[in-house]
Design a protein around this ligand. Sequence first.
Ligand SMILES: *[C@@H]1O[C@H](CO)[C@@H](O)[C@H](O)[C@H]1NC(C)=O
Length: 118
Amino acid sequence: MFTLKSFAAVAVVLGLAQAAPSSAAVPRDITLLLLCNDANLGDCLDFQTEIDLCKNIPDGFDNSVSSVNTFSDFKLCNFYNNPDCNEDAGSITLGGVQNTLSAEFDDNFSSVKCLRNK
Ligand SMILES: *[C@@H]1O[C@H](CO)[C@@H](O)[C@H](O)[C@H]1NC(C)=O
């Protein structure tokens, strides 16, 4: 009986030791964007965010972005005129290089959320 119990205890410990790294490795889908104050990717910020995470655009670029690059036509991000990815003042989905933005969005983005590829 004693040895059986010991074996069970060791198995539990080993199981925990193996489970710990995988449960700690929560995937973080970090993604990089260029947010640029000028058209044609001029005066840009390397902006790091995560897929499905809303981020407000920082001072110096908030309400100033005139072009963007998501680095892939397949990497789409929603850009919002309001902070906190609030859709009420308008939003647009963009991917790849956008050298100019329409009047509704030029110098007006305040937040961004990138989408998971479907
Ligand atoms: C710019 O964004 C604001 C919200 O921050 C919105 O009310 C306004 O309509 C937008 N401007 C244009 C020209 O669409």
